[in-house]
Ligand binder design. Structure first.
Ligand SMILES: Cc1cc2nc3c(=O)[nH]c(=O)nc-3n(C[C@H](O)[C@H](O)[C@H](O)COP(=O)(O)O)c2cc1C
Ligand code: SF4
Length: 521
């Protein structure tokens, strides 16, 4: 009897909707029918509205069914899903042909959802470790050059060129250097770091190892948010496999290069995603923002030169080394090179992960991929780039998503989180929430943020209650100016973005006269 192979994701999003129950149901039903099944736990394909997305291996390719619940399983067997048959309402045809996936340009996420995350064999069969193999044969300067040539900019939010950062650490003289991976992923509506760590952990390990070889760092830390236990489990298992197989350790694949790493769990503060707070937290202190200079690249973790990069930045490095910087920079536009995994969240029919070259528009993401609002009501505002990102009204949805175009309209692409709201949203309430968030999450080191966010919350409350409205709006603008220019880090310094964009584009929600139609630039 031949084995039937099913793929059932073990990604946290799938687990949250009962993927483990689906596995139990498949095993029980197969036993009843005397069928031999082989169930592989993969990462998510990123079509979250279809989770649990079960794939069945057929001679034509992998066939998708979703969203599958445990109760659906007997009916799916009756309909012949184990032979990839189409006679069921949850049938979607070949996974690779689903338009949501087919229209993407998956570079960093090329393997996510396809491979077994903990199979080194699978990883290498899909191009894994090609980048590191190349890097091991190159001079450190050449590796850094390749990353610089790719145009890769930090995907954690600030978009700083990765090659320049690496070069600073490479040139620093020290007895010890570190690679610190920022996996705190605190932005609202974001999950790309989690998906890559759960679905393709060796990519991150490979990227960090390449970074270590490039700058001369022998040890790395992954600073992981505590809300990601599944990612912690997968990463720890992958790290153990990499050690056992000589991809981590004192002499990586006999190259003479040493690199090892470990996962450290954070404790749930948004500010610990800010890189210098993260260093404090990694050192066992309360996470508080450090003054710069010194730059962490020169004096970072435990006072040593440290590369700090986001998960996606580091996970993009293996393909850059494997295919060359020029290949990567061919995607994108202007100074925004390569691809970004956009994360569609909020009031959308089809939330999920969409990796595309920079230059796509919000409207395309919202409608061609997101399928419009989940509520069926018109979409009204979209927050891009996390809780410090601006709210964009419909008049700005055709601006190409690239760092510079967004900066021109006081918005930011950030980590690529996109949270959509329909026309029932009260934007004055959202502005108040932005200030309140800053007040709660402030590390307290500087006055504009620590005091400003509390006063800002009160001022917006007064505006909403029509208490000296005009005067309070004036005060709010003044306060935002102070926070923008006087805060030590971007938490206080960028909270004005969501607040002012709400005020600018949705004045009627603040009880003010509607502004004339907003322009695009
Ligand atoms: C308040 C605040 C929170 C941040 N949270 C994160 C985070 O969760 N993950 C992340 O990678 N970067 C975060 N950043 C950005 C980091 O400070 C830093 O720019 C980044 O880790 C550098 O890596 P990259 O160059 O690869 O983006 C945050 C910044 C601020 C100001
Ligand atoms: S802006 Fe806020 S979070 Fe940043 S250093 Fe100042 S008080 Fe801390």
């Amino acid at each position: 009897m031949t084995n039937i192979t099913f793929y059932v994701p073990q990604d946290a999003a799938a687990l949250a909707v009962g993927a483990n129950d689906v596995v139990t149901a498949i095993q029980a039903e197969a036993k009843k029918r005397q069928l031999m099944v082989n169930i592989i736990r993969n990462g998510s394909r990123g079509m979250l509205w279809l989770e649990t997305l079960v794939e069945v291996v057929t001679p034509e390719g992998r066939v998708a069914y979703g969203p599958v619940e445990a109760d659906d399983v007997p009916g799916l067997f009756d309909a012949g899903w184990h032979e990839g048959k189409p006679e069921h309402s949850l049938y979607h045809g070949l996974t690779e042909d689903i338009p949501y996936l087919k229209k993407q340009q998956r570079l960093t996420f090329a393997r996510v959802g396809i491979i077994n995350p903990l199979s080194l064999e699978d990883y290498q069969a899909h191009g894994g470790y090609e980048g590191l193999k190349k890097a091991l044969s190159m001079a450190p300067e050449k590796i850094v050059e390749e990353v610089t040539e790719s145009g890769l900019r930090g995907r954690g939010g600030a978009a700083f060129p990765t090659g320049i950062k690496w070069n600073t650490v490479l040139k620093a003289q020290a007895d010890q250097k570190y690679i610190a991976c920022n996996a705190d992923e605190g932005d609202s509506g974001t999950f790309s770091d989690r998906m890559v760590m759960e679905g393709d952990p060796f990519t991150l390990i490979e990227g960090m190892t390449i970074a270590g070889v490039a700058v001369g760092a022998t040890y790395g830390y992954i600073y992981l948010r505590s809300e990601y236990p599944q990612a912690a489990d997968v990463l720890n298992k992958a790290i153990a496999i990499a050690r056992e197989t000589g991809w981590l350790g004192n002499d990586i694949q006999g190259s003479g290069h040493a690199f090892d790493l470990e996962v450290r769990i954070g404790a749930g503060a948004y500010i610990c995603g800010e890189e210098t707070s993260m260093l404090d937290s990694l050192e066992g202190k309360r996470g508080q923002v450090r003054y710069k200079p010194p730059l962490p690249a020169l004096k970072g973790l435990f006072g040593k030169p440290t590369v700090i990069n986001n998960v996606i930045s580091l996970a993009s490095v293996p393909i850059i080394l494997a295919k060359g910087g020029a290949y990567y920079r061919d995607f994108g536009m202007g100074r925004s090179k390569g691809t970004l995994p956009f994360q569609l969240a909020g009031n959308l029919k089809q939330g999920g992960l969409v990796e595309l070259a920079f230059g796509i528009t919000l409207r395309e993401l919202l409608y061609d991929f997101g399928g419009g609002s989940a509520s069926g009501r018109p979409l009204r505002a979209v927050q891009v780039g996390g809780p410090l990102g601006a709210y964009l009204p419909e008049s700005q949805w055709d601006i190409p998503l690239d760092y510079e175009s967004y900066m021109k309209v006081n918005a930011m692409v950030g980590h690529g989180g996109i949270v959509a709201f329909d026309d029932t949203v009260d934007m004055a309430h959202m502005a108040e929430y932005a200030m309140e968030f800053c007040a709660v999450e402030s590390c307290g080191k500087c006055t504009p943020c620590r005091i400003g966010a509390v006063r800002g919350t009160e001022v917006i409350q007064k505006i909403r209650q029509d208490h000296q409205r005009e005067q309070q709006v004036h005060l709010l603008r003044d306060l935002c100016d102070t926070m923008l220019s006087g805060s030590l880090c971007a938490l206080g310094g960028m909270t004005p973005y969501p607040v002012l964009s709400a005020l600018e584009h949705f004045p009627q929600d603040f009880g003010l006269e509607a502004a004339p139609a907003a322009s695009q630039a």
